[in-house]
Every structure is written in structure tokens, then in C-alpha cells.
Design a binder for this molecule. Structure first.
Ligand code: ADP
Ligand code: MG
Length: 339
């Protein structure tokens, strides 16, 4: 009897990996925006057609890639961001898995234009079915433009399960907001079907939140500041009247990365004890800086879940700092009753 185990061809392996990294157009948006941030861009444009089903395009003025790197970028586990396992606990970038572009290229038509500052010519390349089908030199400016067309064209089951354009566009907008809030030092534009939805100037954290959420938000933000050995906390909680039954205005960022964390969410909610109407969720935009070796980012391919070394202490510090902030603004249960 002959042996039966075979290594999968690269494009099949990439398609399987893509299942984890790319669930929907918004996943592509997240990966491309994060790559632009990692490239040191100061201006980023996101252009969407048909809720990302037809086109997701990101243009940045970051450091660009060499001709060879532009090809390498689409190989699986190919990254410029880490070199060994220890680097996983000293991350300075959003990316490190070297999976996103390989995954995207396995399930969409991708084209890339990129140039480094000191190169005379840039390079343009096209990828289909994980293979470079064309590469040419091109006159262009510093930075990178990447276009992802016809997402899931070769994975009909995935394509069929995409939601309506409204829902997919909302998911994309959520990702855009998360990246934009974490990086007020970067100017960001976003247009959908040729309509400009956001044009966010370079600013600070408060102003960025206000530019995204609307001018009325400004007076509803209560600053939170705390610094201990375990964590430096900054950001804002919304005054109780900013709380909503629906979820969606809860933002935790850990070392500039948006995360979801039920336990820390509970810490904030419990700090609002007695101030919220029943079942309302507090609004918050909290930025946690923790030592890089005290958090594991690599527990899920999309990196929105993280594992802290000392969750319990973090809970206590977050709760106390939010309570303190609310107290300082003398928001108390009596005010709430008068509403
Ligand atoms: P990762 O971000 O985990 O390294 P990706 O597949 O997202 O993996 O990207 C692979 C590599 O391609 C990156 O490590 C980086 O060197 C390069 N790259 C991707 N996008 C850009 C960009 N917008 N500007 C410059 N380099 C980029
Ligand atoms: Mg990446």
C-alpha cells in the first residue's frame, strides 16, 4: 500500500488560511489599513465599491516596498515585522503573522503599486490565484496602493454568505473607526461608491473621536487618566446619558490595537454602578498601554482577542480609574434620577 499523505499546494493552503483571516470585506479593510499604519503612513485613503464586494482599495504614503519585496509580500508567513519568536512579546507593529496578503491574494484579484522614497521607479504587479501574473516598473510617488477586487470570486460558498451591502458597509465602517481612533496622528479618508464618508484631519484623541462621532459628542466625554506599573490608561468614558441599550460604542485599545474584552468591559460597567438605566451599556474609548511582554496578542488570527498576564489587577485599576473620573465630574445617581 502506498503512502497517502501529501503536502497541500500553496494556493490551497493559502485559501484555507484565508478562511481564518478574511471573513468578510471588513477583514480586508482591517488588514490593509493596518499594513498602511505599519508602513509609517501619515495619510491613508480607503476606497470601497459595493460594500467591498467589488473593490477594497487602500492608498498610503508610507515607506513602500522594493520590487522583490512586493512579490515576497504575497508569500505565506512572509513578513518584515518579526524575525523570531521572542519578537512576539516585543511587538511594535500591527502585523506580524505574514498571512494577510497571502490570504487575500488566494481569494481575490489583487493589484499592487508601490515605491520607496529613494527608488527611481516603483513597481506594479497583479496577482491571480496566488500567482504573480504580471509585474512591471512604473513611474509613481512614494507609498503603496493596493486594490482587492472581486472578493471570494473563487469561493462561491463564502460569497453567498456575505450580508447585504448595508451590513457589510457597517462592518467596514466599524473597522475604519477603530483604526482611526487608535491613530489620530494619521490623516484618514474613506469613500464608498464615489461618495466621501470621512475626511479626518491629523489631530488628537479627543478631536478624532469628535470628528468621527459628531460635534455633540465633545461635551459628553469624561477624561480618564491613570498610571501604574501595570498599565497607563487614558481616554474617555461617556457621561451616563451617552449610554445606550445597543452595544457598539465600547472601545478598548491595547497598545494602539482595538480589542474586545468581556472582563474589562465588565470592569467599566461596574464602575458606572447606579448611574445607568437598566440594561444600558456605557460608552467608552479607553486606551491601555501595557508592557509589551505582559500581553499575548497572538491567540487569534484577527488579533481582536488578547490575553493579559494579570487580568485581575487590570480589572481593578480600570474600574477604579473610571469610578474616579466619573466622581470628579460629579455625575451621581441623584442627577440621574432628575432626568
Ligand atoms: P504582516 O503585516 O503580518 O507582516 P502582511 O501579509 O499583511 O503580513 O504583509 C506582508 C509584508 O508586506 C509586510 O510585512 C510588509 O513588509 C509588506 N507590506 C504590506 N503592506 C504594505 C504597505 N502598505 N506598505 C509597505 N509595506 C507593506
Ligand atoms: Mg499585515
Amino acid at each position: 500500500m502506498s503512502d497517502i499523505i501529501r503536502l497541500l499546494p500553496d494556493h490551497v493552503a493559502n485559501q484555507i488560511a484565508a478562511g481564518e483571516v478574511v471573513q468578510r470585506p471588513a477583514s480586508v479593510v482591517k488588514e490593509l489599513l493596518e499594513n498602511a499604519i505599519d508602513a509609517g503612513a501619515t495619510q491613508i485613503s480607503l476606497i470601497i465599491k459595493d460594500a467591498g464586494k467589488t473593490l477594497v482599495q487602500v492608498i498610503d504614503d508610507g515607506k513602500g516596498m522594493s520590487m522583490t519585496d512586493a512579490r515576497m509580500a504575497f508569500e505565506r508567513h512572509a513578513t518584515s515585522k518579526i524575525t523570531n519568536a521572542n519578537d512576539l512579546f516585543d511587538l511594535h507593529t500591527k502585523g506580524f503573522r505574514g498571512e494577510a496578503l497571502a490570504s487575500v491574494a488566494a481569494i481575490a484579484h489583487v493589484s499592487l503599486k508601490t515605491k520607496r522614497e529613494d527608488d527611481d521607479l516603483g513597481t506594479i504587479l497583479e496577482i491571480e490565484g496566488s500567482k504573480v501574473v504580471n509585474q512591471e516598473p512604473v513611474v509613481t510617488t512614494k507609498g503603496t496602493m493596493i486594490s482587492v477586487r472581486n472578493l471570494f470570486y473563487n469561493v462561491p460558498a463564502r460569497r453567498k454568505f456575505l450580508k447585504s451591502d448595508n451590513v457589510e458597509l457597517r462592518n467596514i465602517t466599524d473597522e475604519f473607526h477603530r483604526v482611526a481612533m487608535a491613530h489620530p496622528q494619521v490623516g484618514l479618508k474613506f469613500s464608498s461608491n464615489d461618495t466621501e464618508l470621512f475626511n479626518l484631519p491629523i489631530s488628537n484623541y479627543r478631536q478624532r473621536i469628535v470628528n468621527i462621532m459628531g460635534a455633540k459628542t465633545n461635551e459628553k466625554l469624561v477624561p480618564v487618566e491613570e498610571e501604574t506599573e501595570l498599565v497607563k490608561i487614558s481616554g474617555f468614558v461617556g457621561k451616563p446619558e451617552f449610554a445606550r441599550k445597543t452595544k457598539g460604542l465600547q472601545y478598548f485599545f491595547v497598545n494602539d490595537r482595538f480589542i474586545k474584552h468581556n472582563y474589562l468591559h465588565h470592569a467599566v460597567t461596574s464602575a458606572f454602578e447606579g448611574l445607568l438605566k437598566e440594561k444600558n451599556n456605557p460608552t467608552y474609548f479607553l486606551f491601555l498601554d501595557v508592557p509589551k511582554d505582559s500581553v499575548d496578542i497572538n491567540i487569534h488570527p484577527t488579533k481582536t482577542e488578547v490575553k493579559f498576564d494579570d487580568e485581575h489587577s487590570l480589572y481593578a485599576i480600570v474600574r477604579a480609574s473610571v469610578k474616579h473620573a466619573l466622581g470628579q465630574f460629579s455625575i451621581n445617581a441623584i442627577d440621574f434620577d432628575k432626568e
